[in-house]
Design a binder for this molecule. Structure first.
Ligand code: 6PG
Length: 229
């Protein structure tokens, strides 16, 4: 089990853009995250325009909205990154518009068909919520306890936008070769300390992301790191 490597940097988005480009150019399976923080990293990666043609892009979670909806994680990635690339990767989105259970079932089947039951994603990007959630795994919710499925429907989101979601589960996240959290801002500092400090609070889903075979890095700015001892 990997211990987190904490990387406090001046420009976390630039550091993540670099990792995205490397994984893409190597033809890797790259898992993108939603939320607002990664947009800048996606835009920077798009500006640098590596060869993404051999890469496969996946998503860690999705909101149950149509793919062109402003709340769609796919829509954000498309707008900030995918549509801007001159060589497009294969993109496997979560079909949130089908509803949480059907979309999760379809996504799980796709993962198993292509990567098997231990999907060794080459780079899996995650965000962190102030409550310690990651992907759409929220503290105290049953989806955090899932031990066999790779993707689950999340009927009740723990935050805005309050729409059902689909999320990769801990077994799927922890099968990655490299997990990278991108976290910025003072409002995340408490969650960073609880999830990645010396004594992780295992009540937080993010504290349970510890890849079985790979590395775990947390790329953060000084504000997000400010409560680490
Ligand atoms: C989502 C997410 C979620 C996100 C965090 C951080 O679909 O909302 O994937 O886990 O990464 O909530 O989001 P922000 O970057 O907007 O703070």
């Amino acid at each position: 089990m990997s211990e987190p490597e904490l990387r406090v940097v001046e420009d976390p988005a630039a550091a993540v853009a670099e990792l995205l480009m490397e994984a893409a150019a190597a033809g890797g399976h790259v898992v993108l995250t939603g939320g607002s923080t990664p947009r800048r990293a996606y835009e920077l990666a798009a500006e640098r325009d590596a060869d993404w043609s051999a890469a496969t892009v996946w998503f860690g979670d999705e909101r149950c909205v149509p793919p062109e909806h402003p709340d769609s994680n796919y829509a954000m990635a498309e707008d900030a990154l995918l549509a801007r690339l001159s060589s497009r990767p294969e993109v496997i989105r979560i079909e949130g518009e089908l509803g949480p259970d059907a979309a999760a079932g379809g996504y799980e089947a796709e993962i198993r068909a292509r990567l098997g039951g231990e999907p060794r994603w080459d780079l899996l990007l995650l965000g962190l919520g102030p409550d310690g959630h990651t992907a759409s795994l929220f503290p105290g919710k049953p989806e955090v306890e899932e031990h066999s499925r790779l993707a689950v429907g999340v009927p009740l989101a723990g935050m805005e936008p309050q729409v059902p979601r689909v999320s990769l589960t801990l077994p799927a996240l922890n099968a990655a070769r490299a997990v990278v959290f991108l976290v910025t801002g003072e409002e995340k500092a408490g969650a960073v300390a609880r999830a990645f400090g010396p004594v992780p609070d295992t009540g937080l889903p993010s504290a349970l992301v510890r890849p079985r075979y790979g590395s775990l890095a947390v790329i953060l700015d000084e504000a997000a790191a400010s409560r680490l001892a």
